[in-house]
Write a protein that binds this ligand. Sequence first.
Ligand SMILES: Cc1cc2nc3c(=O)[nH]c(=O)nc-3n(C[C@H](O)[C@H](O)[C@H](O)COP(=O)(O)OP(=O)(O)OC[C@H]3O[C@@H](n4cnc5c(N)ncnc54)[C@H](O)[C@@H]3O)c2cc1C
Length: 421
Amino acid sequence: MVDADQTFVIVGGGLAGAKAAETLRTEGFTGRVILICDERDHPYERPPLSKGYLLGKEERDSVFVHEPAWYARHDIELHLGQTVVAIDRAARTVHYGDDGTHVRYDKLLIATGAEPRRLDVPGTDLAGVHHLRRLAHAERLKGVLGSLGRDNGHLVVAGAGWIGLEVAAAAREYGAEVTVIEPAPTPLHGVLGPELGSVFAELHEARGVRFRFGVKLTEIVGQDGMVLAARTDDGEEHPAHDVLAAIGAAPRTALAQAAGLEIADRAVGGGIVVDANLRTSDPDIYAAGDVASFHHALFDTRLRVEHWANALNGGPAAARAMLGKGLAHDRVPYFFTDQYDLGMEYSGWAPAGSYDQVVIRGDAAKREFIAFWVKEGRVLAGMNVNVWDVTEPIQQLIRSKTRVDTEALANPHVSLESLVA
Ligand SMILES: Cc1cc2nc3c(=O)[nH]c(=O)nc-3n(C[C@H](O)[C@H](O)[C@H](O)COP(=O)(O)OP(=O)(O)OC[C@H]3O[C@@H](n4cnc5c(N)ncnc54)[C@H](O)[C@@H]3O)c2cc1C
């Protein structure tokens, strides 16, 4: 039974943490809610940092989850700019800041997110090497792209994943020269496989981005602290004034690990192990968002999902579980991207080897289509590119595990709804 004397602490003020705090209040929790975050900004959403905000099309104010006054109005105690340094499970305390401040919790949510992986090559300490995770990074990068555009400068992007491609698109819109270096044979190879990665390669090449596939960055060459070039393992040197390292993110599990919570193997993406209710190996501690590794009942596998929708829904799911109202967190994974005039949504989960066919409905060459990853006639994942309002039927197809006629699936004149059993 939850009562007004209880204290729920949330570590991490990203989308998952902020949405969890909101849900505790909307579900009627009257105890203390304390949210501690090492960033000084109020909780914000990260997708605009590589899109509208980076391009100067969205205002800074638009990225925040709630306006600053919302927290006091809902009696959420915010401790910004404070790093949690330890969780003492025996004493049920969270320790933060430099002066040993601690607070006792009845229930704790860890929503510490992820951090950019660092390049492990000479030259990464040069001033022109960037990462993109935080508002401050986006602000800096915005300035950099602006001056590269004005001076015809060169940006080298290490990694053709979502963030690398979105920044490449933004850089081209600013007028910068862009080279993307990617060890895999196509962009987004791990997520989309070889069939669909080429759609993104062609999109960018048509806008003047140069790709170097199948090579690794070996050195960032500099002089007097400035970036001059990026060297790859085929011996080539690519001119660069700035380099963006966009080689993925690692879950911030150090705190949980030091507290003795179970951590998932790196082979399955790492992260804090939680059950379907987002509860960790300690029954009073929960984890949500990028840092949580949960068993997904639909795909019968352990997943760590680094996407906006998982933080948006996972924070509230954890909050409800903390209140004893938990339901399984089994939403179909979903994410989106915007690059130039291409908008895309992806639902499902279809890693390499899990599907036997990719079915295209529409015109891939015109970049107006839906791709389905199918195994024995069952849809595992669907990606709609410049086609809208189809997420619901795509997710129904995935969820229902209906065996579909792939010719009908490819036929735009057959409604997707009619294919769901
Ligand atoms: C540039 C960018 C663009 C993206 N675009 C998309 C997109 O288009 N579509 C999509 O689906 N997803 C996108 N994502 C992913 C999405 O933003 C993340 O999945 C989401 O931010 C995860 O939220 P979270 O709350 O779990 O973690 P985070 O947002 O990382 O928040 C965690 C917070 O906890 C803080 N913290 C960590 N450790 C401590 C500690 N010890 N003490 C105190 N505070 C701590 C962190 O500093 C951070 O503020 C993007 C991500 C980035 C970086």
